[in-house]
Write a protein that binds this ligand. Structure first.
Ligand SMILES: Cc1cc2nc3c(=O)[nH]c(=O)nc-3n(C[C@H](O)[C@H](O)[C@H](O)COP(=O)(O)OP(=O)(O)OC[C@H]3O[C@@H](n4cnc5c(N)ncnc54)[C@H](O)[C@@H]3O)c2cc1C
Length: 472
């Protein structure tokens, strides 16, 4: 009997999962495993623990769903607490596994895990890596990933023209477990892992629920039932509501659905319903996701340096009061505060919001962009190391932005994307009655008006800063 372990990480699905598919094809027995490394989950950076309870909840839901799908094929998922380099060799020894099949990751800690597992299994079991998280396979790029262009457009044009998206791997028909696997499918609770439950606020654009089935449900809603995909290009900068964008991000981040599966569903939509700029644009955005993953593969640790991939020396000073006001959504700039409160209360923020609050922290408050990235890392349900740190570095001007001094003017942005103030009122009830002229600039209200609205002596009386650029 030949046995393999399939080590699940950010690939919590059975469809289009090459590691799982190949293991089931080649081995008589397959043991699917997920390791929960609590030291990693809770490790702080800038005093901010990595993982928030909402993301952990999403992961647990995704694991439960994955177990169900594997069980339906005759197998199941073994979830163990501990570092993979301890857990996996022990399992290989116990069940006589001669191989570990796993998808490759790109960032430092994940690569450290891979090295440690390989070292611990050296001479005992082979660790076989697969590439499965991007639209374009790394081996199909028109250049070596070390020669990746530093400008997205150059990358996109060449990958669109010169590389194909590979076909999908079907879900395995049968997953045959080794005999005597204990506690298959048993999951720890949030409390077991040291988290306190954090409900998602009722005002949320979406209450994410983890799992491959939920991912497909969302896809069928967006492509099938509502056909909102056909309008995506015109709605994607929205701030309010379920369908202004696909909301695929959390499922993509945990690998509950693959970008290739989405790509082929877009193609189907184009054939059966409509092909337009919106259908193109969703794939365009998936290429951004690819790009940041390849940037991370190319630059490694540089992504986490203050000067990013450009070895810049950004101008920063450390001001706790400014940082805390930003985190708490109490800067006095409604457009920033509403977004920051949305993030804290729901674990999600729109792309437009993310760009703005990031720019505000870095360009207006002049604080270290990495504190913002760490804050997002904790709170986002859809946190993805490459997309988060890559986008932050980009906005901070130390990443892949060819426009040297990209600056977001909060007032212009607020006016353009929230002209009537519906979004800020949604998240800041204290501004509910403020007129549209002042809802984005409440500090300009008269003393009497501030008293009338109950805004005297608070952040909306004196914002943390009003940069001179906004006066133009
Ligand atoms: C400062 C900052 C931090 C971010 N952190 C993350 C993160 O941790 N995880 C994450 O998935 N995205 C991140 N993004 C990218 C983007 O904001 C989210 O992917 C998007 O808002 C998620 O909503 P959606 O799925 O409805 O996106 P849609 O607009 O429907 O896009 C479809 C998919 O394309 C991908 N995508 C879209 N925009 C981007 C982008 N700019 N970069 C990379 N991929 C993109 C995502 O996978 C997304 O699910 C960040 C952006 C910024 C500016």
């Amino acid at each position: 009997m030949k046995t393999a372990v399939v080590w699940f990480r950010n690939d919590l699905r059975i469809a289009d999962n090459e590691a799982l598919y190949r293991a089931c094809e080649k081995f008589d027995r397959v043991l699917p495993v997920y390791c929960i490394d609590e030291d990693r989950l809770h490790a702080p950076w800038f005093d901010i623990p990595k993982t928030g309870a909402r993301r952990m909840q999403f992961i647990l839901e995704s694991l439960a769903d994955l177990h169900e799908s594997l069980a339906a094929a005759g197998g199941g998922l073994l979830v163990l607490r501990g570092a993979p380099e301890k857990v996996l060799p022990e399992l290989c020894g116990r069940f006589g596994a001669s191989a570990v099949y796993v998808h490759k990751e790109v960032a430092r800690e994940e690569r450290d895990d891979e090295d440690a597992v390989e070292k611990a299994l050296s001479g005992r079991a082979e660790v076989k890596f697969f590439w499965g998280a991007t639209l374009t396979h790394i081996n199909d790029l028109p250049f070596a990933y070390s020669d990746l262009p530093d400008v997205f457009t150059a990358f996109r044009k060449r990958s669109e023209k010169e590389s194909e998206v590979r076909g999908l791997f079907p879900a395995p028909r049968a997953v045959r477990l080794p005999d005597g696997v204990p506690e298959i499918g048993k999951l720890p609770s949030l409390a077991d892992l040291g988290f306190t439950t954090a409900p998602i606020d009722d005002r949320a654009a979406i209450a994410f629920k983890g799992g491959e089935r939920e991912a497909w449900k969302r896809l069928h809603h967006y492509f099938g039932k509502t056909r909102k995909l056909a309008e995506y290009k015109h709605t994607r900068n929205g701030l309010l509501g379920l369908d202004y964008s696909s909301k695929f991000s959390a499922w993509l981040a945990q690998g509950c659905i693959s970008p290739r599966s989405i790509f082929y569903e877009v193609e189907k939509f184009e054939k059966e319903v409509k092909k337009n700029q919106s259908t193109y644009w969703l794939v365009f955005e998936l290429r951004w996701r690819d790009y940041f993953r390849f940037v991370t593969a190319k630059y490694g640790d540089k992504l986490f340096y203050p000067g990013g991939i450009r070895d810049e020396r950004p101008r920063v000073w450390h001001d706790d009061a400014r940082i805390e006001a930003w985190k708490a959504g109490k800067t006095g700039i409604p457009f920033v505060d509403a977004n920051m409160i949305e993030l804290r209360e729901t674990g999600f923020m729109s792309n437009r919001g993310r760009q703005n609050v990031a720019s505000f922290l870095v360009k207006d408050l002049e604080q270290d962009w990495r504190i913002g990235a760490a804050w997002f890392e904790h709170h986002l349900i859809d946190y993805d190391v490459a997309s988060n740190w890559g986008n932050w570095a980009y906005v901070a001007g130390v990443g892949n932005d060819p426009r040297e001094d990209r600056y977001f003017n909060m007032l212009t942005q607020a006016e353009r994307y929230d002209g009537k103030g519906a979004y800020v009122r949604h998240w800041l009830p204290e501004l509910a009655n403020v007129d549209a002229w002042h809802v984005h600039t409440p500090w300009k209200l008269s003393k009497d008006e501030k008293a009338l609205y109950g805004l005297s002596n608070g952040p909306y009386d004196r914002p943390v800063c009003v940069p001179k650029q906004w006066k133009q």
